[in-house]
Design a protein around this ligand. Structure first.
Ligand SMILES: [Zn+2]
Length: 162
C-alpha cells in the first residue's frame, strides 16, 4: 500500500530548525499518526509523503511557506500588564498557555514594558526553514468515520469533541 488521500500514516520523525537543533521527535513523543490529505502535516511534507510505502525515508528541508508559515507581525498583541498579575516571575522569552476560541496555544512573552506585555502568538518556527526526517512505519486505509471527521481515531474511537 502507498500513501494517498484517506490513508492513515504512522511515522518516525525528527523536526529540526535550520541549525539542526531538534525540536520534536518520535524518540520522545512516540510515532506520529495522521490522516493523509487533510493538511494535518506541514504542506511541504505532505506532498513529499504522497505515494510513499512502508520503510521509505524522507529527508527534506522546507521553506517557511511549506512548513509553519511566514512570521506575521499582526500575531503580536499588547496586553495590559494587570492581566499577568497572577503569574510569578514573568520574564521576556517565557512561554505561556493562552486560551482562545479554538483551543489552547503556546504564546511567547516577547517584551515586558511598564504598562503592557507584548505577546507573540506565532509558531516558534514561523518564518524559519526547517528540516524534517521521517520514516514510514505503517499505512492503513482510514475508516469512513475518520474520513467524515477529517482526522484519525486512535484506539478505535473518536476522542475529540465535535
Ligand atoms: Zn472524530
Amino acid at each position: 500500500m502507498n500513501i494517498t488521500k484517506n490513508t492513515v500514516v504512522e511515522l518516525d520523525y525528527k523536526l529540526m530548525d535550520s541549525q539542526g537543533a531538534v525540536w520534536e521527535s518520535s524518540a520522545e513523543g512516540g510515532p506520529w499518526v495522521y490522516l493523509h490529505g487533510y493538511g494535518d502535516v506541514m504542506p511541504g511534507l505532505e506532498k513529499e509523503l504522497e505515494g510513499k510505502a512502508i520503510g521509505q525515508k524522507i529527508k527534506v528541508e522546507l521553506a517557511p511557506e511549506q512548513a509553519y508559515g511566514p512570521y506575521e507581525d499582526d500575531m503580536k498583541t499588547e496586553v495590559p500588564r494587570e492581566a499577568f498579575d497572577g503569574i510569578d516571575g514573568l520574564t521576556e522569552g517565557m512561554r505561556l498557555a493562552a486560551e482562545s476560541g479554538d483551543g489552547v496555544h503556546a504564546v511567547l512573552v516577547k517584551e515586558i514594558r511598564d504598562d503592557v506585555v507584548v505577546i507573540d502568538a506565532n509558531h516558534p518556527l514561523a518564518g524559519q526553514t526547517v528540516k524534517v526526517e521521517v520514516k514510514v512505519l505503517a499505512i492503513r486505509v482510514a475508516t469512513d468515520e475518520e474520513v467524515a471527521h477529517g482526522h484519525v481515531h486512535q484506539h478505535g474511537s473518536c476522542g475529540h469533541s465535535h
